[in-house]
Design a protein around this ligand. Sequence first.
Ligand SMILES: NC(=O)c1ccc[n+]([C@@H]2O[C@H](COP(=O)([O-])OP(=O)(O)OC[C@H]3O[C@@H](n4cnc5c(N)ncnc54)[C@H](OP(=O)(O)O)[C@@H]3O)[C@@H](O)[C@H]2O)c1
Length: 257
Amino acid sequence: MLAFNKEAKLMTDLKGKTAFLTGAARRIGAVVASMLHHAGADIVIHYRNSGEAADLLAAELNALRTGSAFTVQADLCEIENFEILINTVVSFTGRLDILVNNASSFYPTPVGSVTEKEWDDLHCSNLKAPFFLSQAANAALQETHGCIVNMVDIHAFRPLKAYPVYSAAKAGLLMLTQSLARELAPHVRVNGIAPGAIIWPEEKMSVEQQQEMLNKTALKRQGRAEDIARAILFLVRDADYITGHVIPVDGGRLLNH
Ligand SMILES: NC(=O)c1ccc[n+]([C@@H]2O[C@H](COP(=O)([O-])OP(=O)(O)OC[C@H]3O[C@@H](n4cnc5c(N)ncnc54)[C@H](OP(=O)(O)O)[C@@H]3O)[C@@H](O)[C@H]2O)c1
């Protein structure tokens, strides 16, 4: 009889591991950082402009466990600095186990008025940076048999109206997740999460628009950042045999047209 093997590498905690999360000073990234920290990992919080929020979060985590959280600043459109960035990340604890490509720019680009600058900006945070960061982090991740989680979007599967450039960049990130899973195997796993409506964008969005989105969501409610964080925790901690997949965490939004 096959019994549950308690020795199997299941539900190991993240003690002794280091996670690097981009754009993690606020909102979803900050909650993911806190949950991975709660599971035992040391955390490197990347920020671009939100230095104060990043410092506050790191101080909170360090108050729980001394020397367990660090911050690093970078504009992720400056690809040429990524080797230095990853070296800095690795220098904190001497290792890197988990890379979460979370940072993202998000704004409408209705056809007719899209500039090349907007195209480049949306592609660099949502697609180009995740690739070049993964490339720069690959050696460190190979060493620890680590993993990468990309924050995709359900709109990688179906375009968001008035957001063609963002939707295309996230669709690229979906393919990049599968592609890198092949390239970095067998020692590094690469997966993604595709959130639905979790935290409303900071730009103005009318209550009617919000309600319309929730009406199209099977569970008829917004998700919480914790729902995303739990899915990421599953992928990095418990999913040793999963690579190349993107899990929608969307309350059933993809069931609807
Ligand atoms: N919110 C949702 O409901 C939702 C839905 C679907 C998908 N997602 C995805 O989930 C992830 C997290 O969502 P979120 O709403 O929490 O993200 P967010 O607040 O829109 O962005 C996270 C951070 O990305 C950083 N960032 C943007 N462009 C950057 C650049 N060029 N260089 C460096 N950092 C840059 C910003 O850091 P600073 O503030 O430090 O400048 C920002 O705080 C994103 O990938 C998003 O696409 C979210």
